[in-house]
Ligand binder design. Structure first.
Ligand SMILES: Nc1ncnc2c1ncn2[C@@H]1O[C@H](COP(=O)(O)OP(=O)(O)O)[C@@H](O)[C@H]1O
Ligand SMILES: [Mg+2]
Length: 231
């Protein structure tokens, strides 16, 4: 059976895709058969009349997944808005049944499946049906990893994200600090304080421009668990 993890972030553009690509690359290199799935992608570029799933393309290329990136994403929107607003403009709103089916299909091809979220943890996915991102996390029954920037202001964003997720019953199996500058007083102290204030382990620190993760593959793999949706 496949294990999975949900990659969320303290906000949009914090580096969820960049970090996910490196996590999947690291695990695959260490022999873990790891794949990628994303329910809804916004802000896609258009090429020859087709929307390009940029996040999936990047992860597949960096991590060496030989698969059509379009198969890794259920919904692709052109407008760089939250999926609920993009779908109001473009149609094709998210159906939870499709997400569940596509996730199960993606998961069935791997031993480890890495699911990237959209935006931060508070993200409306489809508001006529009141679907929020957390409903996807809960429906799939996945634990999460939080990606956060390493710099100034991150403690506020990390603690707010952790407290929100805990209050709503979401399990957090680790934090990854992105754009971490080793030796920087601020970044090093943020790493220490984030662990103190949340009780959650920083499982990796990613430097600017990094091609690799300086973390134990087994530790990263231990953040994955069996999804509740697959039984
Ligand atoms: N560690 C890093 N080093 C260099 N560039 C980064 C790093 N992390 C993120 N970026 C860049 O920052 C931008 C936003 O990152 P991205 O992974 O797309 O964020 P998210 O998926 O959270 O929206 C992208 O252009 C990405 O290439
Ligand atoms: Mg992304």
């Amino acid at each position: 059976m496949t294990k999975g993890v949900f990659i969320t972030g303290t906000g949009t553009d914090v580096g969820k895709t960049y970090v996910t690509a490196l996590v999947v690359k690291k695990l695959r290199k260490a022999g873990y058969n790891t794949g990628y799935y994303k329910a809804a992608l916004s802000g896609a570029e258009e090429k020859d009349g087709k929307l390009i799933p940029g996040d999936a393309e990047l992860v597949c290329r960096i991590a060496g997944i030989d698969k059509d990136p379009a198969e890794c994403v259920s919904y692709i929107y052109k407008n760089a808005y939250s999926p609920h607003l993009a779908a109001l403009l473009e149609g094709n709103p998210v159906e939870m049944d499709i997400v569940t089916e596509d996730f199960k299909r993606a998961a069935s091809e791997y031993s480890y499946i890495t699911v990237e979220g959209s935006g931060g943890i508070v993200c409306p996915i489809r508001y006529d049906k009141k679907i929020m991102l957390e409903d996807i996390v809960k429906t799939l029954g996945l634990p999460s990893i939080i990606v956060a920037d390493a710099g100034l202001g991150t403690l506020n964003s990390i603690v707010l994200t952790v407290e929100y997720m805990r209050a709503r019953g979401m399990k957090i199996n680790g934090i990854i600090l992105n754009n971490f500058h080793p030796g920087s007083l601020l970044d090093e102290n943020n790493a220490k304080m984030a662990e103190e204030l949340t009780g959650i382990k920083i499982i990796a620190k990613i430097e600017p421009g990094a091609n690799d993760i300086d973390a134990d593959a087994a530790l990263l793999a231990s953040a994955y668990e069996y999804p509740e949706v697959i039984s």
